[in-house]
Design a protein around this ligand. Structure first.
Ligand code: G6P
Length: 586
């Protein structure tokens, strides 16, 4: 949520900042801005809209070699020029990702000192506070101001009196330090600078990074200089450009056979699965899987497999609910936190709560070195590679695969069935043009339902989310047997219903529910095994594949349906309205 980039080095900062912002746009895209340290002082340019709108107002030529940039997902104040970052007050200019929770108290305090902000943001208050605390030493000012902040923040900061230096600090929001040859970056995520350097190091809470022409210096809470390990980003063969695809989402949908294969190969060698958990790994209590959005849906699929194969009671919780539910957890339970970004605020808070209760935690995370990866007792990385499209596809499938692997391990089963997965996904992708045709047929609908039972309900929920988030068609997923308990009143002539049946044992039951909606005029698209007798329906046939592969391959068909429905409606597929990929606020 919100993307930060900063540069200090010998090259011109402006194009590097703009390039970085474009790479970070998935984090928020309602306004953007940069601050450049020019000879005549710090110059700020900011604009409502996407980075392209900002580019249009930039000066022809900037000589600045230091600067900060920001792409925003509005929290405090509408997406207007004046609320866009950077914000400046007195000698301080900064960009911020996060939310300041004691904003009201700070506002009153600053007002009592005769200071009034011009924007509606919490960020401007930080700039005011820092300027107020500034007595000539930037690190003192940063520490003094941060001590008064409640909430979360990643900050890139410039001080007018120290035009050669860029500062960074963070709490509960990511900020990575890129280490080039005599040049340095700060960024919310590695792809923002990985074209320039693969080397990076992680900034921890309470530390301050000082990026100056003489190098990068890190200070701990007590202002002692510290050294930190350097890492090298390795995206393997996965690029962060569209590679000829019209959208990142389509590219990422088509990467699924390869990233799923990679994930399985990485964690299942012959009959040895997830060796990093140890040979004797077991769970004596229950498993609780916590996530948000599609990660929560992957958890639902995982629950199905863990209970079916390993026979371990498994609960699934939405992270934002879990946090405030006073959860009943025992030390013999296992809490799994599942997150693509590893930074989702509610999932991170759920992790901290589980740790407070002394329950073992396992993070299933896609982004290396992210907060959940660092704080969980054990971390397993999905091998999806960078995912740029806001709507997740390949990260979701890899999350489900990781939970399947865990189920196989705990059930002492061979992972052989999982090896069919990449092929099953390939056959789903081969149905692309049929998916497109069907999606175009349903694209004009205002409302749509998905129905399914058991694991097919889990897939339906992801299919429905995918469709609504990118095509803006209102869609609801229902447990097939539950629709008649009220919601069936919404079925009218031609209301589209997508019925998911990968579980043959439930085919007659869901078929009965299909008849109920058909009788009330619904037009039905059935995603079901080839020979399931379901008359009067559009069909997307499922080729034979095993019980683990079928739901995931069906989710991929749903991704294609959503993609082509959105394409037919002309929406912004990679950056749907109001959304952000990494949700670092509660
Ligand atoms: C956002 C994204 C979703 C994602 C969810 C959880 O809402 O738009 O696609 O599933 O966050 O994100 P995480 O990074 O924790 O998997």
């Amino acid at each position: 949520m919100c993307g930060i980039i900063g540069y200090n080095g010998p090259r011109k900062a402006e194009p590097l900042l703009i390039d970085g912002l474009k790479k970070l746009e998935y984090r928020g895209y309602d306004s953007a801005g940069i601050a450049l340290v020019e000879k005549q002082g710090i110059q700020i340019f900011k604009k409502e809209g996407k980075v392209a709108a900002l580019e249009a107002i930039l000066p022809e030529e900037s000589c600045a070699t230091i600067g900060i940039g920001h792409t925003r997902w509005a929290t405090h104040g509408a997406p207007k020029d004046r609320n866009a970052h950077p914000h400046s007050y007195g000698k301080v200019t900064l960009v911020h990702n996060g939310i300041i929770e004691n904003e009201q108290a700070l506002r009153t305090m600053l007002k009592n000192q005769g200071l009034s902000p011009i924007s509606d943001t919490d960020t401007e208050l930080i700039a005011m506070l820092m300027d107020h605390c500034y007595r000539g030493d930037p690190r003192d000012a940063i520490r003094a101001a941060c001590a008064l902040l409640e909430g979360s923040y990643a900050l890139g900061i410039l001080f007018e009196d120290h035009p050669q230096t860029l500062y960074a600090v963070r709490k509960d929001n990511p900020l990575i330090l890129g280490l080039g040859e005599g040049e340095y970056f700060i960024a919310s995520d590695i792809p923002a600078f990985s074209d320039h350097t693969p080397a990076y190091c992680l900034l921890d809470e309470g530390e301050i990074a000082e990026l100056s022409p003489s190098g990068l210096t890190l200070y701990d809470r007590t202002d002692r200089i510290i050294k930190k390990p350097h890492h090298i980003a390795d995206f393997g063969d996965i690029s962060t450009v569209k590679d000829g695809y019209e959208h990142f989402m389509k590219k990422e949908i088509f990467e699924q056979p390869s990233v799923v294969r990679k994930t399985i190969d990485r964690y299942a060698e012959n009959d040895r699965i997830l060796t990093e958990l140890g040979e004797d790994f077991r769970v004596d209590g229950k498993i609780l899987i916590v996530g948000c959005g599609s990660a929560y849906h992957a958890a639902l699929l995982g629950k199905n497999a863990l209970e079916k194969y390993a026979r371990i009671p498994t609960e699934v919780a939405i992270a934002s609910e879990f946090r405030y539910s006073d959860p009943l957890l025992k030390k013999e339970d296992l809490v799994i936190l599942i997150s693509q970004s590893g930074e989702t605020a509610d999932t991170l808070a759920a992790l901290r709560l589980a740790k407070e209760k002394g329950v073992p935690t396992l993070g299933i995370v896609n982004v290396f070195g992210s907060s959940i990866a660092r704080e969980a007792d054990t971390v397993l990385y999905t091998m999806a590679g960078p995912e740029i499209s806001v709507a997740t596809t390949k990260a979701y499938t890899c999350q489900a695969v990781m939970l399947y692997l865990l189920a196989m391990k705990l059930a002492h089963r061979s992972p052989a069935e999982l090896k069919e997965l990449p092929q099953a996904i390939e056959s789903a992708l081969e149905q692309e043009s049929l998916c497109q045709k069907l999606a175009e047929k349903y694209a004009s609908a205002e409302h749509l339902f998905f129905i399914g039972r058991g694991r097919d309900y889990a897939v339906s929920r992801e299919g429905s989310l995918k469709l609504k988030e990118i095509s803006y068609i209102h869609s609801e997923a229902y447990a097939a047997g539950e629709l008649k308990h009220g919601t069936i009143s919404l079925i009218e002539q031609d209301t589209p219903v997508i019925a998911v049946i990968t579980d043959r044992t439930l085919l007659p039951k869901t078929a009965a529910n299909i008849k109920e909606v058909r009788a009330r005029g619904a037009q039905v698209l059935c995603i079901a095994p080839k020979n399931g007798l379901l008359p009067d329906c559009d069909r997307l046939d499922l080729p034979d594949c095993n019980d683990l592969a079928a739901p995931i391959a069906t989710a991929v068909r749903c991704q294609l349906l959503a993609y082509y429905a959105a394409l037919a409606r002309g929406t912004d597929i990679d950056q749907p309205r109001n959304l952000a990929k990494s949700v670092t606020v509660e």
